[in-house]
Structures are given as C-alpha cells and as structure tokens.
Ligand binder design. Sequence first.
Ligand SMILES: Cc1cc2nc3c(=O)[nH]c(=O)nc-3n(C[C@H](O)[C@H](O)[C@H](O)COP(=O)(O)OP(=O)(O)OC[C@H]3O[C@@H](n4cnc5c(N)ncnc54)[C@H](O)[C@@H]3O)c2cc1C
Length: 381
Amino acid sequence: MDFELTEEQKMFQSMLRDFVDNEVAPNAAAWDESEEFPTDAIHKMTELGLFGLHLPEEYGGSGDDLTFVLACEELARGSGGLSSIYITTVSLAIGPIVMFGNEAQKRTYIPRVANEGATVAFALTEAMAGSDVAALDTRYLREDDHFVLNGTKIFITNGAEADFLVAFATRDKSLGYKGISAFIIDRNAPGFSVGKLEKKMGLHPASAAELVFDNCKVPAANLLGEEGQGFKVALRAIDSCRVSIAAQSVGLAQAAYDAAVAYAKERKQFGVEIARHQGIQFMIADMAVDLDAARLLTYRAAWQQQQTGEVSAKEPSMAKLFASEAAHRIAHKAIQVHGGYGYTKEFAVERIYRDQRIMELFEGTSEMQRWTIARQITGLK
Ligand SMILES: Cc1cc2nc3c(=O)[nH]c(=O)nc-3n(C[C@H](O)[C@H](O)[C@H](O)COP(=O)(O)OP(=O)(O)OC[C@H]3O[C@@H](n4cnc5c(N)ncnc54)[C@H](O)[C@@H]3O)c2cc1C
C-alpha cells in the first residue's frame, strides 16, 4: 500500500492551501453573513484551473480523481459554501453531460465550465420527491422540434446563478422511473424562472433555489442521453459525486479540528491551558482519529475510482456516510472545546457547525447511504 501523494499532487495541494489560507478562509465569515455569491473567488478559481479538474482533457479539463478530491477538501476547509458551489458545478451538474452527453453537447457545455468557470445546477428534487427521486412530478411532452416542461424543483444548489442546468422530468408518471428523461436547460430558456430562495442553516454563499418550469421550451437537441434514461443519468451523477461530498466533509472537519487544537493550547482555565486537562485531551484525540479515518475512507474511494475508471456504489457511500457523520462529531466537539465562545459568530466553529450539517442530508441522506451499503453487501434489492 502506498499512502503517499505524487509530487504533482503535493505541489497542487500546497498551491491550493496558499489560495485557501489567503483568499478563501479570511472571507468565509463575510460570505456567510452577506449570503452573497462569491463571484471574485470563482473568477480566481477559474484562473487557477480548478474548474477544469476532473473534466475530460479533450474538452479543456485536466487532473485525476484524487487531485479533484484534494481540491474539494481544501476549498471546504476554507468555506463550506464556496466548496458546495464548486462541487455542484464540477461534479454533480456537469457530470451527467460528461457521462451521457453527445459530442455536440460535450463541446458546447464542458469547456464553459473548464475554461470559463460557468456555474451549473442539477435539478432533481421536488416537494414530493426527495429520497424517492422516481416520484418526481415535473412533466414533459414533445412538440415538433422541442420539448415542453412543466413543474417545480426545490432546494437546487446554484439554482439562482446557474448559466445552465440539468433537469429531470417524466413523460408519464405511471411509467415510474422508466418515464424519466434528462434535459440541458439554458438559463434564458423561455418559461424557465427562479422562484423562492431558501433561508437555510448554513452554506450561505450557495443558493438553494426553487426552479419553475412553466411551459418551458427546450430544443430537442438538449435531451441528455436517450428518452427514458433520466433515472439512470441522475443516479450515476449522484454516485460519482458522492466521494466529493466525503472530501467536503473532511475539509470542514479539518477546519473545526484545527480551530479546536489551536484554541485549547491558548485558552487558560484553572491556571493552565485547557489542552492540559484530560477531558479536553480526550476530545482532541477522538477528533484526530475520526478525521484520519474519514480521510482514509475518502482517499480510498477516490483512488479506487481512479484505478478502475468505475464508480462503485459501496466504497463512496461508506466514505460519505462516515465522513459526514465524523464531521458532525468533530464540529460538535470543536464547539465544546471553545466553550461558550464557540456558540458565537466570533469563532469559525459556529459557522462550520452549521455548514457541515447538510453533509448527512444531501446527495443521499445517511439512511440512504446505509441502505445502499447494505444492498451491496447482501445482494438483496
Ligand atoms: C442545502 C440543500 C441543497 C440541496 N441541493 C440539491 C441540488 O442541488 N439538487 C437537487 O436535486 N437536490 C438538492 N437538495 C435536496 C436533497 O438532495 C434532499 O433534501 C435529500 O435528498 C433528502 O430529501 P428530502 O429532503 O425530501 O427528505 P426525505 O426523502 O423526505 O427524507 C426525510 C427522512 O426520511 C428518511 N427516509 C426516507 N426514505 C427512507 C427509507 N426508505 N428508509 C429509511 N429512511 C428513509 C430520510 O433519510 C430522512 O431522514 C438539496 C437540499 C438542501 C437542503
């Protein structure tokens, strides 16, 4: 076994750490407060080539799965919200076009992300279709050379800013998952609009928007994959994005851990640094073990993906499940180490605690991950 990163990966990690320490982390609290989309940071990330990572070279991309995971982790260490905007674009939302797009679609859309840092959204969830995605109710029908979509999506990350999105609709609900198709929708498509923006607990710089399709006209050329293949498109996109949510959890956990260790060595109570009290030492040790285990599971899943070129269902689910729940435990302890100060906005752990909570919910809740893992183990559907 070789746990060493390559020289190239180490150089990339070090460059990214500088960027995160100097240009992301110092702004994270202000972005959280203003809830504004961090346009300047997105421009700088485009210049650094971060939006091309993980995308095919022939369409302007570069980098391997592990390098991409390092980027997700580092960005999340600086800002959970910024990392969510990034991961949604580069993995969840453009992923379906990479995996199922035809040549013309790939040539049109992938370079816009890789070279121009376009923002993309993935619109699947609806009011009555969350974990049970096949229950979606947005309808489509074909008319001449275009499709017409009607329905409403909710909670869509990047929904308010997306330059284009991948959306899912059904031809006939009675067909179940076989009726679902995927479409690429341009932001200015007639009949498309952004509705309510959620006021949420964390990830404030990333929007979670309602998207409305009101007789939305989509050219036939924007059908993604074959008609009736949408359910597969959605599941493959979610599967292949899972490891990046694990990495995001690791980055948030690292930030909470770093803050807790630094504070414990500084803060004095009963005449000594609190890090000298065994109760605090035990929390630090538990955080370190959780963080290491989460990182190892995450890197293993990315490494396996890189070696095989396949996305397995089990290992990324294990990594996402463990890392997201570890991030929760670590953020909880980090606040405990800070005492009452950790409950105030003066300290980053308050924001990190709010940002990490969603990791156990989106891209498949922890219950869905356990279900996936158990089905892989037992072979029972
Ligand atoms: C900030 C944010 C960003 C998001 N971004 C996007 C996005 O970009 N695109 C998108 O399409 N969606 C997005 N979502 C939606 C997200 O993926 C869903 O919220 C998530 O899949 C859960 O669906 P739900 O909220 O309807 O919960 P439900 O499915 O209603 O689940 C409620 C509870 O029941 C449990 N449960 C459900 N079914 C079972 C079962 N069979 N066995 C055991 N337990 C079960 C769940 O685990 C959960 O604990 C986002 C959500 C949020 C909050």
